[in-house]
Every structure is written in structure tokens, then in C-alpha cells.
Design a protein around this ligand. Structure first.
Ligand SMILES: [Zn+2]
Length: 227
């Protein structure tokens, strides 16, 4: 049953990734009539929000865009930094959404930042535990595996409001600044950001399925012991 859920989450994840790359490929060819580049709109959004301690950088690589809160760096892929497409503006504005969340101390972003260390540890320990499980009794390894997957699942859960909020902010700002024209341009930009949001939903569902896969035997095993 849980294995079925894991497979379903994997399929959704593959679908979401395909949707991101096909929408991005399509709408990075659609120029925004405003003429802004990703870098220019990012700088403008930061200025409009009174954020002066975040720097905007171009990075080689495909879709490597992110906001780095510890160094207050907004990193855009070269094609989005220099690009004038609706996809480039959407992604640049989305990353600005994270910078704004950081500036206004948006709670889910702070929880997510606080959880990065322990989640990285949990992610590193999972393969070790899985290999250990081949030599040790499942009873010994299972609680630790369940706990590690639980941490990853909670991290993916907190990521959801962070990502949805950044996208909501991006859409609002792009509409209000006129950087992306309403109608066709706005809809195309939305498709790129909504597909990206779906990848985070898939990542959460896949973490939830793995967590359930390891925690349910514990709960059921515990029950049969009591009986
Ligand atoms: Zn994001």
C-alpha cells in the first residue's frame, strides 16, 4: 500500500519535472513587452521593497536560480539574468519573493532555514541506515529510518508555504509593476511558476510516502505486541 504511494509520488514528481522543463522551454521564447531583463526586474523589486543588502548575481547552469539567505545573494541562471522572456521575469520575481520573505521575517521561511542543518543530516544518514538494515535486525534500524524520513517530510512540508507565498508575491508584483502584461503574458508566466510549485508538492508527497512506509510497520508492530 505505501509502496504504491511511493510509486505514485515518483510518477507525479516525474510529471512535474517534465512540466517545468516543457513550460520553461516554451515560455523562455516568449518576450515580455516591458523589455525588462530578469536582473533589471529583480533589482527594481528589491528597490521597491527597500531591500538594499541583497545582491543579484548571474550563474552559469540551467535553472540554478535561488535566493541564498545566509549570504543575501539572489542568484539567477544566465538565461534568466540576461533574458527578457516572461519565464525569466517570473523566476526572477519568484526569487525576489524569497528575499522579501527574509526581509519581513516570514515565519515559514525562518522555520525552513532553522531546519536545513538537521534535514541535511537526516538525508545523509538515510543511506547509511538503509545499508545497516541489511546487516542489523529491522527492529533496530526501523525507528531511526522512520525518524530520518519524518524530518525530511516535515522539511518538505514547511517548504510548501514558502514556495507558494514566493510565487503569489511574484505574480502580484509583476502585475502591479506592469513588468508582465496582463492576459497572455501573465498566463504564460503563471504556467512556469505553477509547474515549479507542483515539483515541491511532489517532493512533499514522496517524502510523506517514504515516512509512512517506515513508520506504519512500527505502529502496527507496536499494536500487535500489546495484543
Ligand atoms: Zn522558490
Amino acid at each position: 500500500m505505501t509502496l504504491l504511494l511511493i510509486v505514485a509520488a515518483m510518477l507525479l514528481s516525474l510529471y512535474a519535472q517534465w512540466k517545468v522543463s516543457s513550460n520553461y522551454r516554451r515560455y523562455s521564447e516568449v518576450p515580455a513587452s516591458s523589455g525588462f531583463t530578469g536582473a533589471a526586474i529583480a533589482q527594481r523589486i528589491l528597490d521597491l521593497n527597500g531591500i538594499h543588502d541583497v545582491t543579484v548575481h548571474a550563474s552559469p547552469g540551467h535553472l540554478v536560480d535561488h535566493y541564498d539567505p545566509s549570504n543575501r545573494r539572489l542568484v539567477l541562471s544566465e538565461e534568466n539574468y540576461y533574458g527578457q522572456s516572461v519565464a525569466a521575469l517570473g523566476i526572477a520575481a519568484h526569487e525576489c519573493g524569497h528575499a522579501i520573505q527574509h526581509a519581513v521575517a516570514y515565519a515559514p521561511l525562518q522555520w525552513r532555514m532553522a531546519a536545513v542543518g538537521i534535514t541535511t543530516m537526516a538525508g545523509n544518514i538515510i543511506p547509511v541506515l538503509a545499508i545497516g538494515g541489511m546487516f542489523l535486525a529491522p527492529k533496530v534500524v526501523l525507528p531511526f529510518l522512520a525518524a530520518a524520513f519524518g524530518i525530511v517530510m516535515l522539511f518538505q512540508l514547511v517548504t510548501l508555504p514558502v514556495e507558494f507565498d514566493a510565487t503569489a508575491r511574484a505574480k502580484k508584483i509583476l502585475a502591479s509593476t506592469g513588468a508582465v502584461a496582463s492576459g497572455q503574458e501573465f498566463n504564460a508566466m503563471s504556467k512556469v511558476l505553477d509547474a515549479a510549485a507542483l515539483t515541491y508538492v511532489a517532493a512533499f508527497l514522496s517524502a510523506l510516502a517514504s515516512f509512512l512506509h517506515y513508520v506504519l510497520p512500527l505502529i502496527m508492530g507496536g499494536r500487535s505486541d500489546e495484543e
